[in-house]
Design a protein. Structure first.
Length: 134
C-alpha cells in the first residue's frame, strides 16, 4: 500500500518529499521490489538529495545485482554525480553477464564515445563491484 501511495505522490501529485517518505517507509517494512527502490531514488534525486539516491540504488543493486533497470539507473546516477568511471565499471561488469542487453550496449557505446573521461584506471583506488565476491 505504501509503495502505491508513493507512486501516486510521485507521478500524480509531483510531491517528491511525500513520495520519498512512503517509499522509504515501505522499504523499512520489508518491501523490496525493484520499482520501490527506483521510485525512491527518483524522488530523492528530484529533491536534490543525490547522495541518498546513490545509496538507495547501491542498496537496490546489492539486493538485485542482475536487474538491468537497477544497474542502468545506478550507472546513470554515478554519471550524473560526476563519477563516470564508476558508471563504466558497473556497466562493464553487468555486460559481461548480459551482453545481449540493449541498454547495456547503448551505455557502453556512450562511454566509448567519451574516451578517457571515464577511464576506470584513472579512478581513485576503489572497488565499485556490484556483484558478490566469488
Amino acid at each position: 500500500v505504501l509503495a502505491c501511495l508513493g507512486t501516486v505522490a510521485l507521478s500524480g501529485k509531483k510531491d517528491n518529499a511525500k513520495a520519498a517518505g512512503y517509499f522509504s517507509h515501505a522499504l523499512k517494512l520489508g518491501a523490496e521490489e525493484p520499482s520501490t527502490f527506483l521510485n525512491l531514488a527518483s524522488a530523492q534525486e528530484n529533491l536534490g538529495r543525490h547522495q541518498e539516491a546513490e545509496a538507495t540504488l547501491e542498496r537496490a543493486v546489492a539486493t538485485y545485482p542482475y536487474s538491468g533497470p537497477l544497474v542502468a539507473r545506478l550507472a546513470q546516477q554515478y554519471f550524473n554525480d560526476g563519477q563516470a568511471w564508476r558508471a563504466r565499471v558497473v556497466i562493464q561488469q553487468y555486460s559481461k553477464l548480459f551482453p545481449e542487453d540493449p541498454a547495456v550496449r547503448d551505455a557502453l557505446k556512450q562511454f566509448d564515445n567519451l574516451g578517457n573521461a571515464v577511464d576506470p584506471l584513472a579512478a581513485p583506488n576503489r572497488n565499485p563491484s556490484i556483484f558478490p565476491p566469488k
